[in-house]
Design a protein around this ligand. Structure first.
Ligand code: SF4
Ligand code: SF4
Length: 438
């Protein structure tokens, strides 16, 4: 694609990067076929190619985003299916990230929307506040039936629709807190490795059992696990809201504490059980490439970052359970399959450890979770969830496994089949407790 940035504009490293990305696009349109919003809405401006043109125009003319541009960028899930499909290697992720930052900086949203986004950006990365808000939301859940329903087929979110989505997503109850930052879990038997395990923010409130399963599994197989003290939210949530200063501050804080831990006691890897976080941590090196003080350390942290299933693939897990034909529908989270290109490892681990693993039809399509998307765009998110759940039902599973808490909550909202994390099944198969299966 031909671009027309001036030399002055190209002196900005972000614009130079955008220019490189845009020039790689040959506008073939292959990406439209796998874009969930294009598949649902059929509007070119809700496709990757359409959005690329909108972003190009906005950046080249250095003009404030229009309401129309914001509408179509906001509808993008950042699922990155387009990057998997694109034959030219267009890095849509870095392009849309820039567009979101520009929108956040140069566009004034209506007051209620600004307030909602500010609340999400403040509450979600703080587990204490998130826990309190979930308890409040639980009280408000009986009111969801009184709130107006969205118009069938609508893709335009309303404030009431968003409030309803928040209340609906809140769980009926919260489990007790999991292990605190600063805890170290020694390896059983001969130590073969030492890793940090990301504590996550929403996950540690909604499902601390996931990291507990990861700790049990790793220590049982000779890996020492540390929950690094003073670790923060990885920044993914605010990064996707275009609040780069907040996201970068969190990235720097995490890089500092993980680097200190690695220097002091050694770390073979930094593991994530939430793939949405993994995609962003693996991108720290790029996000901080212009930061003289942090660029090198950020690149090292990104190189150490691994999804738990990537790491477990290098360990000879020892199955200890006789599993009797338990059919697992494996839901491939977008952040894992498109963001990190991890597609086979989770399924292979499950099969090797005795489960009957089934691929879900249309597995490339997002479930609609996408960070805060299911709150900010509930109508599209619900349609994607229903489509995902219908596809999952086709393989008649006993259980659904996923590697991302956002997907787990989203899918569980549309099915009675139990939804668990891949690592919970692996823990069970190798001697841990049976996860919440019927
Ligand atoms: S598939 Fe790639 S090159 Fe083709 S239009 Fe989409 S982003 Fe551009
Ligand atoms: S990230 Fe997902 S929703 Fe956004 S343009 Fe690409 S495929 Fe479409």
């Amino acid at each position: 694609m031909k671009t027309e940035f001036s030399l002055t504009q190209l002196a900005d490293p972000d614009i130079a990067e955008a220019d490189k990305i845009l020039r790689a696009c040959v506008h073939c349109g292959f990406c439209t076929a796998t874009c969930p919003t294009y598949v649902l809405l059929g509007d070119e401006l809700d496709s990757p190619r359409g959005r690329i043109y909108l972003i190009k125009d906005m950046l080249e003319k250095d003009k404030p985003p229009t309401q129309e541009v914001v509408k179509h960028i906001d509808r993008c899930l950042s699922c990155l299916a387009c990057m998997t499909t694109c034959p030219s290697g267009v890095n849509y992720m870095h392009l849309v990230d820039q567009a979101r930052v520009k929108i956040e900086k140069d566009y004034t949203r209506p007051l209620t929307e600004r307030a909602l986004r500010a609340v999400l950006a403040w509450v979600l990365p703080r587990p204490g506040l998130f826990r309190a808000s979930m308890m409040l939301a639980r009280l408000g859940r009986p009111l969801t039936g009184l709130l107006p329903a969205a118009k069938a087929g609508s893709a335009s979110p309303t404030l009431w629709g968003r409030i309803k989505a928040m209340l609906t997503l809140a769980p009926g109850g919260l489990p007790p807190r999991g292990a605190a930052g600063g805890s170290v879990f020694p390896a059983q038997g001969t130590r073969r490795g030492r890793v940090a395990l990301l504590q996550g923010c929403a996950q540690q409130v909604l499902a601390p059992r996931i990291n507990q399963a990861a700790i049990n599994l790793l220590t049982r197989h000779g890996v020492e696990v540390v929950l690094v003290k003073d670790e923060q939210c990885c920044g993914a949530l605010t990064h996707h809201l275009g609040r780069d200063a907040d996201a970068l501050a969190r990235a720097r804080a995490n890089i500092s504490v993980w680097t200190a831990e690695a220097d002091r006691n050694g770390l073979d890897a930094i593991l994530m059980t939430t793939s949405g976080c993994g995609t962003v941590i693996k991108d720290y090196g790029f996000m901080l490439r212009e930061d003289r003080d942090f660029a090198a350390a950020a690149a090292k942290v990104s190189a150490l970052a691994k999804d738990i299933t990537e790491y477990l693939g290098g360990i000879d897990l020892q199955p200890r359970q006789q599993l009797h034909d338990i059919v697992v529908a494996y839901h491939s989270a977008c952040s894992l399959q498109h963001g990190q290109k991890i597609t086979q490892a989770p399924k292979e681990l499950l099969s090797k450890n005795g489960f009957v693993v089934k691929d879900v039809p249309e597995s490339h399509l997002c479930c609609g979770s996408a960070g805060t998307y299911n709150i900010l765009q509930p109508d599209i998110a619900n349609r994607l969830r229903d489509r995902k759940v219908a596809n999952i039902a086709m393989v008649k599973p006993d259980v659904i496994a996923a590697g991302n808490i956002g997907c787990m909550v989203q899918i569980a909202g549309g099915t009675s089949v139990p939804v668990v994390h891949t690592v919970e099944l692996l823990d069970w198969a190798t001697g841990g407790p049976r996860p919440g299966l019927n």
